[in-house]
Design a protein around this ligand. Structure first.
Ligand code: NDP
Length: 457
């Protein structure tokens, strides 16, 4: 490592901004992708100032360019016999540490920018877990809302017809994300198995527990986020116990974040879906939310029909106006902007932990950091899902199934390690306690070093 001088820092700054300009030119109109890249790049300036060999190796230019992007047509037939066409994506971003690994998202907003931002983030997140997995992401601009099970099955089978050419247990292992849960994974796994004439359990994670899925995978992202935030709180003599918490969304990540926060003694007073949010001053009754969302596929507004003290408000972004000690955005990207961040701060929020991917805008993060709000970035805080996916791969390879308690204990260890590693990296690079910088650096260094050892490829 070199001694950092002002000129080293200037050289590093110039390098980073030049590469970022090229990224913007080469990937025009991809605002989410630019946002994710900027956040990582800005954190890395001190790394290049101390370690100029990374610049000579062109490491940023290489890491920001996906190894491969696959885009494909997905024709399928709806219940009325009409032919529909969606667009499918898989970005195989970086395989320096292991097979590409990352979820599949089915949502009408899916496009190249969204998949690339998610795939780019995934590289560093997966590195942080310490497990041998590279980074990838995929999905389709298909809207599962309002579709019958038959339509979802025909769509996912058509999706897998094409995706199957590009994945495999040692090549690329997709999982779920927004709009892709155990049902969709099951349909995809069935189709893949039928086409391969073999039982390659490790080709997908998030499978049903009865056929190769891991116990605690369903809970892993939400639980992991709460474990991570609890570590951060502990370092500041705070805790979930006795705290008032708001958690956006009411999908997979939110439901299990609510569950774990409640188990740790928090009162969770609000959650949401894309139509609006509910506020229950007595604390949310999770069994009602689980039934509405996991079983009956209903809107969160229905909650107030069963809980007369609760209120429903349209416009999901209003959830951040509720006073709370801890806010966990667990729904989607850019759901928490500068205005929402200012309101949270003025209401006395002490900590924010990102369960969703990139839920806070860069401006919102600045507001938190300038107001001494503890901030746990997604890359680190929501890495529990992919960690347990990697544990699912390990169980599939060994043809074993571990108990819920075993997997949960491993998850807790992993989240603690990620926290400690991120804090240490922030201290090593003169940004003590800044977990955005710490997580980006800790993840980056592992990937960059592996890439350099593998030559210019
Ligand atoms: P789900 O599809 O299970 O749930 C998403 C939830 O967010 C739904 O309740 C949805 O409501 C709601 N939602 C969507 N947009 C908004 C909005 N603008 N405001 C409020 N609520 C909204 O997805 P997941 O829970 O799996 O994923 C949530 C986030 O977590 C995503 O960012 C995902 O990338 C990230 N993540 C997920 C992991 C996993 O293991 N599942 C792993 C790591 C990260 P509606 O039903 O109305 O659409």
């Amino acid at each position: 490592m070199e001694k950092v001088t002002q000129s080293n820092t200037e050289v590093a700054q110039n390098y980073v901004s030049q590469v970022f300009e090229t990224v913007k030119k080469r990937n025009m109109n991809e605002s989410e992708f630019h946002q994710a890249v900027k956040e990582v790049f800005d954190s890395l300036i001190p790394v290049f100032a101390k370690n100029p060999h990374y610049m000579k190796q062109g490491i940023l230019e290489r890491i920001v360019e996906p190894e491969r992007i696959i885009t494909f047509r997905i024709p399928w037939v709806d219940d009325l016999g009409n032919v529909k066409v969606n667009r499918g994506f898989r970005v195989q971003y970086n395989s320096a540490l292991g097979p590409y690994k990352g979820g599949l998202r089915f949502h009408p907003s899916v496009n190249t920018s969204i998949i690339k931002f998610l795939g780019f983030e995934q590289i560093f997140k997966n590195a942080l877990t310490g497990q041998p997995i590279g980074g990838g992401k995929g999905g389709a601009d298909f809207d599962p809302k309002g579709k019958s099970d038959g339509e979802i099955m025909r769509f996912t089978q058509s999706f897998m017809m094409e995706l199957s050419k590009h994945i495999g247990p040692d090549l690329d292992v997709p999982a779920g994300d927004i709009g892709v849960g155990a049902k969709e994974i099951g349909f995809m796994f069935g189709q893949y198995k039928r086409m391969r004439s073999g039982y390659e359990a490790g080709v997908l994670t998030g499978k049903g527990v009865g056929y190769g899925g891991s116990l605690a995978r369903k809970e892993a992202t939400g639980y992991g986020t709460v474990y991570f935030v609890e570590e951060m709180l502990k370092d500041h003599n705070l805790s979930f116990n006795g705290s008032t918490v708001t958690i956006s969304g009411s999908g997979n990540v939110s439901i299990y974040a609510i569950e774990k926060a409640q188990q740790l003694g928090a009162k969770v007073v609000a959650c949401s879906d894309s139509s609006g949010y509910i506020y229950d001053k007595n604390g949310i009754d999770l069994s009602t939310v689980k039934r509405l969302k996991e079983v009956e596929n209903k809107r969160i507004s229905e909650y107030v029909n069963e809980h007369s003290d609760a209120h429903y408000f349209e416009d999901c972004s209003g959830i951040w106006s509720i006073p709370c000690d801890i806010a966990l955005p667990c729904a989607t990207q850019n759901e928490l902007d500068e205005i929402a961040a200012k309101v949270l701060v003025s209401n006395g929020v002490k900590a924010v932990g990102e369960g969703a991917n990139m839920p806070s805008t860069l401006e919102a993060i600045n507001i938190f950091q300038h107001n001494q709000v503890l901030f746990a970035p997604a890359k680190a805080a929501n890495a529990g899902g992919v960690s347990v996916s990697a544990l699912e791969m390990a169980q599939n390879s060994a043809r074993l199934s571990w108990s819920f308690e075993d997997v949960d204990a491993k998850l807790q260890e992993i989240m603690k390690d990620i926290y400690q590693e991120s804090i240490k990296a922030s201290e090593d690079f003169d940004a003590a306690g800044n977990l955005v910088i710490g997580a980006n650096i800790a993840g980056f260094v592992k990937v960059a070093d592996a890439m350099i050892m593998q030559g210019v490829i």
